[in-house]
Design a protein around this ligand. Structure first.
Ligand code: WT7
Length: 643
C-alpha cells in the first residue's frame, strides 16, 4: 500500500505514455463501465436521468430537457437542496455518520454528524425565516472557512433563499458591489479570522460595505476571535441566536429545478465581475453525479478539497457534491502550510482522507518544499487524487502521483468553470487511462470542440478555442436563457485555448483574452486595471500575466504616471493599495512597473501581447503595428531591472 513515502526509482511510465488506472482502484471504483460515453451519446438528453437519480425529488420532473424557450433542465420537477444534503441521510439511518469535519487554526477540531448538521441547519433556517428571509431572497455570506459557512448555505437552501457567498479575502468595496448588485438585505459574517497566525478584522470591512449600499442590511455575526469586542446595534450574534432556535425544525421548501440555488461572481472580460446563477435541480444533479463518477465519492468516504468555499470549487466539491452523496467533507481554516509545511498532510492523516482534490499551484508549492513533508505522514488512506483550476504540467503530475499518491492513486485532472457548475472534462478514474498534462475526454453526455477563429474544428493536436456544443444540467442559468432560432446551433465559448488529440483528450493551454488563472482562481485583468487607473497620478495602466519559474501566474502592472505624480515609490504603493481596496489583497500585482508609455498601435490601442512577452522575458515579435516601437526596448530594460 501507499506509505506516503517519496518513492525512488518507481517511475510510473515514460513521458507521454498513457497510464492505466491500477487494478486495485478499478476493483472498487464507482464507475467501471467503459461504454458509459456511448450510452450517454445514444440516449441524449434522457441519459441525464442518471444524474437526476442521485437526488430525491419532491415531485418528479416531466422532461429531462425542455428546450422550447432556453434550456430548462428537469422541467416540472421540484426538490430541496438542504433535504438532499442533510435530511435524507438522517432518514437513511446515517444520523451519526460524520457530515463535516473542521480543523481550526489552533488545532481545534469540530465534527458535525448528519444529525448535528440537521439540527444546526434547521435552527438557522428557523432564525433566518423569523428575521424575514423569504424564498427567493438573497442572503450574502462573508466568512472564512468555518463550519457556519456551509450551515448558512444549507439553511438558505432549506427555506428557498438564494445564497451569495463572498470570499473573505475580498475587500469591503468588492463586498459592497455584490451586496448592491443582488439587492441583498441579509448578511452573515464573522468578526475576523486568523491566517498564518495573524488576526484579520472582517467586521470592519463588513461595516464599510454596508455603509456603501442603498439598502439596509440585517446582519448576523459569528464570534471567531473571541476578543470581547462589542458588535454594536447593527449585529445579532450568531451563536446566541442559534441557541434560541435549536430544536426547531423547518420543512424544506420544494423549489423548481430551475429556481436559483445561489449566485456567485466571477471575473469576466469587463472591469466588473459578473454574476453567475446556478439552479437547484440541474446544478445539484451535476455535482452529485460528478462527485460520484469522477471523484469516486460515496457515503463511506472522507473528502478533502483544499479550495475555499468562497469559490465555485468549494461550493460544488466541499459542500454540495460530497454532502449530496452522504460523504464526509473536511474543511480547514487558514493555509495549507501554517504552522508547518506539512499541515495539509497532517489533516489528511488525522482524518483518514480517501479523496484529495487541490489546485496544481498548491502541489507545485509542496514540490518546491520537498518530498519530506508528505513523507512524514501516513497517507495510505488516500485512494484518488484530483486537480482543478489550471493546467497541471507533467513534472508536477508525476511528483503528485509518486509523493502523495504513492504511485497507486489515479489522478483526475478536472476541467470546468464557475459557469459550468461542475466538472465537464476529465478521465473517469476507473475507466480511462491517464495522460499527464491532458485533462481527459469530455465526460459522458458532454460535447466539446476545439475550433479556429471561424468556428471550424481544428485538426487533432492543433490549438484553438474550446467550445461546448451541447448543454448540460449544471450550466449556469444565464448560459441557457436564450438559445436563439435554432437550439442545435447553441455553443458556449469557454474562453480557454486547448488542443484535442486523436484519442479525444483535451489539453488545456490557458485562458484566451483578458482573464487569468492566478493560483487556481480566475482574475480579470480589466478589473485590476480599472482599480489602478482610478489612482491619483496614474495616466494609464495595463495588466498582464506572466509565468514564473514555478509555472505560477504572476501579475504585472505596467503603469504610466501623470506628469506631476510625485514619488515613484509612493505611487507604486498607492497602486497596490487601490487594488487591495477595490478587489482584495490576493489581486495585488506582483510587479508594478512605471513606464513613460505603453506599446500602442497607430489608433492608440494598447498591445498587451507585447507586454506579456516582455514580462515573460520572451523576444517581442511583430512590432510593425506599433506607433512607438522604441518603447519595447525601454520596457525590456525596466523589466530586467526588477527581475
Ligand atoms: C478556468 C475557470 C473550475 C473551478 C476552479 C476555477 C481553468 C479549470 C482546469 C484544468 C486547465 C483549468 C480554465 C477555466 N481551469 N480547470 N483542469 N486544466 N485549466 O474556476 O475561476 O471559473 O476558472 O480555470 O482556464 O476556464 P474559474
Amino acid at each position: 500500500m501507499n506509505e506516503g513515502t517519496s518513492s525512488t526509482g518507481r517511475s510510473s511510465a515514460a513521458s507521454g505514455t498513457p497510464i492505466q488506472p491500477p487494478a486495485s482502484f478499478v476493483a472498487g471504483a464507482n464507475v467501471t463501465d467503459g461504454s458509459l460515453r456511448e450510452s450517454f451519446a445514444e440516449r441524449w438528453p434522457e441519459c441525464w436521468e442518471r444524474a437526476a437519480d442521485f437526488l430525491d425529488w419532491s415531485s418528479p420532473y416531466d422532461t429531462v430537457l425542455d428546450a422550447t424557450d432556453g434550456y430548462d433542465w428537469f422541467a416540472g420537477g421540484t426538490l430541496n437542496a438542504s433535504y438532499n444534503c442533510v435530511d435524507r441521510h438522517v432518514e437513511a439511518g446515517r444520523k451519526s455518520h460524520a457530515a463535516l469535519k473542521w480543523e481550526g487554526r489552533l488545532g481545534e477540531t469540530r465534527t458535525y454528524t448528519y444529525h448535528d448538521l440537521y439540527r444546526e441547519v434547521n435552527a438557522l433556517a428557523a432564525a433566518l425565516r423569523e428575521r424575514g428571509v423569504e424564498a427567493g431572497d438573497v442572503v450574502t455570506t462573508y466568512m472564512p472557512m468555518l463550519p457556519e459557512l456551509p450551515v448558512t448555505m444549507l439553511a438558505c437552501a432549506r427555506i428557498g433563499a438564494v445564497h451569495s457567498v463572498v470570499f473573505a479575502g475580498y475587500s469591503a468595496d468588492a463586498l459592497a458591489m455584490r451586496l448592491a448588485d443582488t439587492e441583498s438585505a441579509y448578511l452573515v459574517t464573522c468578526d475576523g479570522y486568523y491566517r498564518r497566525g495573524t488576526a484579520y478584522d472582517l467586521k470592519r470591512k463588513a461595516d464599510n460595505a454596508c455603509l456603501d449600499v442603498p439598502q439596509s442590511v440585517d446582519r448576523l455575526i459569528v464570534d471567531r476571535l473571541d476578543d470581547d469586542r462589542s458588535y454594536g446595534d447593527n449585529y445579532v450574534g450568531y451563536a446566541a441566536l442559534l441557541d434560541e432556535y435549536r430544536g426547531e425544525t423547518v420543512e424544506p421548501v420544494p423549489r423548481a429545478a430551475s429556481d436559483p440555488l445561489f449566485v456567485i461572481y466571477t471575473s469576466g472580460t469587463t472591469g466588473r465581475p459578473k454574476a453567475v446563477r446556478h439552479t437547484t435541480g440541474g446544478y445539484l444533479a451535476q455535482v452529485a453525479w460528478t462527485s460520484h463518477a469522477v471523484l469516486d465519492l460515496g457515503p463511506g468516504d472522507t473528502h478533502l478539497c483544499s479550495a475555499d468555499v468562497g469559490w465555485i470549487t468549494g461550493h460544488s466539491y466541499v459542500v454540495y457534491g460530497p454532502l449530496a452523496l452522504g460523504a464526509t467533507t473536511v474543511l480547514y481554516e487558514g493555509t495549507s502550510d501554517y504552522p508547518e509545511r506539512d499541515h495539509l498532510w497532517g489533516i489528511v492523516e488525522r482524518n483518514a482522507v480517501d479523496v484529495f482534490y487541490a489546485a496544481p499551484t498548491v502541489i507545485r508549492a509542496f514540490m518546491k518544499w520537498g518530498a519530506e513533508y508528505p513523507a512524514d505522514h501516513d497517507l495510505s488512506s488516500l485512494r484518488l487524487l484530483g486537480t482543478v483550476g489550471e493546467p497541471i504540467d507533467e513534472t508536477t503530475w508525476r511528483w503528485y502521483h509518486e509523493n502523495v499518491g504513492g504511485g497507486e492513486c489515479p489522478i483526475v485532472d478536472t476541467w470546468w468553470q464557475t459557469e459550468t457548475g461542475g466538472i465537464l472534462v476529465s478521465t473517469l478514474p476507473g475507466v480511462d487511462a491517464m495522460r499527464p498534462g491532458a485533462a481527459g475526454p469530455p465526460l459522458p453526455g458532454i460535447a466539446a470542440d476545439v475550433v479556429d477563429p471561424h468556428g471550424s474544428p481544428v485538426e487533432p493536436g492543433e490549438s484553438g478555442s474550446l467550445v461546448l456544443t451541447r448543454p448540460w444540467p449544471g450550466m449556469a442559468l444565464d448560459l441557457g436563457e436564450s438559445t436563439g432560432e435554432d437550439p442545435t446551433d447553441w455553443r458556449y465559448e469557454t474562453g480557454d485555448a486547448a488542443t484535442v488529440d486523436a484519442g479525444g483528450y483535451v489539453r488545456l493551454l490557458g485562458r484566451e483574452g483578458n482573464t487569468l488563472n492566478v493560483a487556481g482562481r480566475r482574475l480579470g485583468t480589466r478589473e485590476v486595471e480599472a482599480a489602478i487607473v482610478a489612482v491619483d497620478g496614474v495616466a494609464e495602466a495595463a495588466v498582464v500575466g506572466a509565468e514564473d519559474t514555478r509555472r505560477d501566474t504572476v501579475l504585472y502592472a505596467y503603469v504610466t504616471p501623470q506628469r506631476d505624480a510625485g514619488s515613484e515609490a509612493r505611487l507604486r504603493e498607492r497602486v497596490r493599495d487601490a487594488v487591495a481596496d477595490a478587489i482584495g489583497g490576493f489581486a495585488v500585482p506582483d510587479v508594478v512597473l512605471l513606464t513613460p508609455d505603453l506599446p500602442k498601435t497607430r489608433s492608440g490601442k494598447v498591445l498587451r501581447r507585447h507586454l506579456r512577452q516582455i514580462a515573460n522575458g520572451e523576444a517581442v515579435s511583430d512590432t510593425g503595428a506599433l506607433r512607438n516601437p522604441e518603447i519595447v526596448g525601454e520596457l525590456e530594460s525596466i523589466v530586467d531591472g526588477v527581475s
